[in-house]
Design a protein around this ligand. Sequence first.
Ligand code: UDP
Length: 314
Amino acid sequence: MKRILITGAAGFIGSHLCDRFIREGYHVIGMDNLLTGNIKNIEHLFPLANFEYYHHDVTKFVHVPGRLDYILHFASPASPIDYLKMPIQTLKVGSLGTHNLLGLAKSKEARILIASTSEVYGDPLVHPQKEDYWGNVNPIGPRGVYDEAKRFQEAITMAYHTYHGLETRIVRIFNTYGPRMRVEDGRVLPAFFSQAIRGEGLTVFGEGNQTRSFCYVDDLVEGIYRLLLSDYHLPVNIGNPSEITIMQFAHEIMQLVNNPQAHIIYNPLPVDDPKQRQPDITLARKILNWEPTVSREEGLKRTYEYFRQVVTPA
Ligand code: UDP
């Protein structure tokens, strides 16, 4: 049985990865310090003999007994309000945490895949974003703590690949959504769903004409699974190219929730908020034979099923 360590296991994406690798017959070791993760996301796995949970902060030395075949590094605060609240932890988990996990991968001769992000492109001057675009990041702006941690993470991962011959994989994840997103994480989808369900104002930042491209979590997990098992070590974008303005997105969610009290309100645009974002997934199509299959209409329906259970109407 293959053994895989997943950090950030109790988080939104980490917990879906745990489910997937359990289904594929792996022995999964889930690690988290629950800084932003939620143990409820993985509690259903606790009775399984091929799942273990380690409560640990990966910025401290990481010890895992026994053999390891794969490591997926998905631990990090990942929403703008989280990394604004926890700037030092965000920098540490991307840098010191990644260093510890690369060291662990080296000692176990394991293949490691690290979670990078479309944020490495910053507020992009090239559209859509291809992997060979170097980005437009403000290192000292409020998002710099996340963006630069992830850029450092890519650099150190490539260094371990080049200098130690480590088997590494880098996925650049674009906006992803689905069940288990934290209701209060401040990201646009949990904010809009909970506001629409409670019949409050949907807080559109700025004029709402900034764009994002939203990928359903099952599609993302499929892309990550294929990338891990591929032989490609350079960064790969995984995301859904279907781009939408935040205002259109607010309207789609209001229509789905259909609460007559819901309405739009305008809040100031956060500093350095990227104006547009859309992945170019030509590379993923070519080397992984991957593309998203869940439409936004279908994905939002499935996600609404989750949010209507966890959000109490006002
Ligand atoms: N946004 C918004 N209202 C909210 C939260 C976010 O209009 O309550 C906007 C935000 O300004 C950004 C987009 O939605 O342009 C996506 O924000 P999110 O925090 O989800 O992630 P980002 O893609 O910026 O990392």
